[in-house]
Design a protein around this ligand. Structure first.
Ligand code: MBD
Ligand code: FE
Length: 283
């Protein structure tokens, strides 16, 4: 009999293996010329050589690096490592000419094909899903101000303990993941719960680096979204919560001022609502 694990029993290696398997399902399309591979790989290696000279890196440190890199692969943490420490610069370069809303990094935990939901919807969640109720609402328009009817607002986020469905055990498959289809005027309203901050797993290679370097292991609480409409460029974005822990100290360097929500209390309970419009560039 297999035992039912709970989300708190998540391991770095299991979540890493899931992220690695998911990444392998992606349709990779790379067609870099030999010239470009040569230019980028040469510069990347030279940058590393400079670090070794600057810090007089020793043989024992070189061996520690080798062992650590091997462990990153064994733990399946290449997606986590790259998305935490590298992706924000790729995102910056990719979107520098965009006129519409700012984007942010995707991270390792997106799953395509989440259930489609109407323009006002509640994300799939457990009965008594812990966490503060949160409604996120707004409008999707083009850069010329025209609403984008039936725009797609995909959303995924961690739960109140900081775990993502499909990457931690014991959670329903599509928990806190959905594809909201905006109305005729591009309006959407998503009812969910506020996620907890995310801590990089301590028991994997990335956690080892963080501990050895004395860094903070945290990302601020965040919502992930992909917003798209026909004839427009999809944007991948994250939203944060004003004044909350780690907003000013994100290990993934993915916070931008325009992505910080200012939620307001709603009703007489403990619920919150937050407004966010998205402006998409034409293709
Ligand atoms: C996350 O939840 C995340 O969004 C990123 C970018 C990296 C690690 C965990
Ligand atoms: Fe995340």
């Amino acid at each position: 009999m297999t035992e039912q694990l709970t989300e708190q029993e998540a391991t770095a290696a299991a979540s890493g293996a899931a992220a690695t398997a998911r990444f392998r399902q992606k349709n990779l399309q790379v067609n870099a010329s030999q010239e470009r591979v040569n230019a980028i790989a040469t510069d990347a290696l030279q940058a590393l050589h400079e670090v070794i000279r600057k810090h007089k890196v020793t043989y024992s440190e070189y061996d520690a690096l080798k062992a650590w890199l091997i462990q990153v692969g064994e733990d399946g943490e290449w997606p986590l490592f790259l998305d935490v420490w590298i992706e924000h610069v790729v995102e910056q370069v990719a979107n520098e000419n965009r006129k519409g809303s700012a984007g942010s990094i995707e991270g390792p935990y997106y799953v395509p094909g989440a259930p489609e939901l109407p323009s006002e919807c509640t994300l799939p969640m457990r009965e008594d899903e812990p966490g503060t109720p949160l409604a996120l609402y707004g409008r999707v328009t083009s850069v010329d101000g025209e609403p984008l009817p039936h725009a797609k607002v995909e959303i995924w986020h961690a739960d109140d303990l900081g775990y993502y469905s499909q990457y931690a055990p014991g959670l329903p498959e599509w928990n806190l993941r959905g594809t909201c289809i905006a109305d005729e005027e591009g309006r959407y309203k998503i009812h969910t719960i506020k996620p907890a901050p995310y801590e990089i797993p301590k028991d994997g290679a990335c956690g080892k680096l963080i501990a050895a370097a004395g860094w903070s292991a945290w990302r601020p609480a965040h919502l992930h979204l992909k917003v798209s409409a026909p004839g427009h460029q999809l944007i991948t974005v994250q939203l944060y919560f004003d004044g909350e822990d780690y907003v000013d100290n994100d290990i993934a360097s993915a916070v931008k001022p325009e992505l910080i929500l200012k939620p307001t209390p709603v009703g007489d309970g403990d619920g919150l609502e937050a407004h966010k419009d998205f402006v998409l560039d034409p293709e």
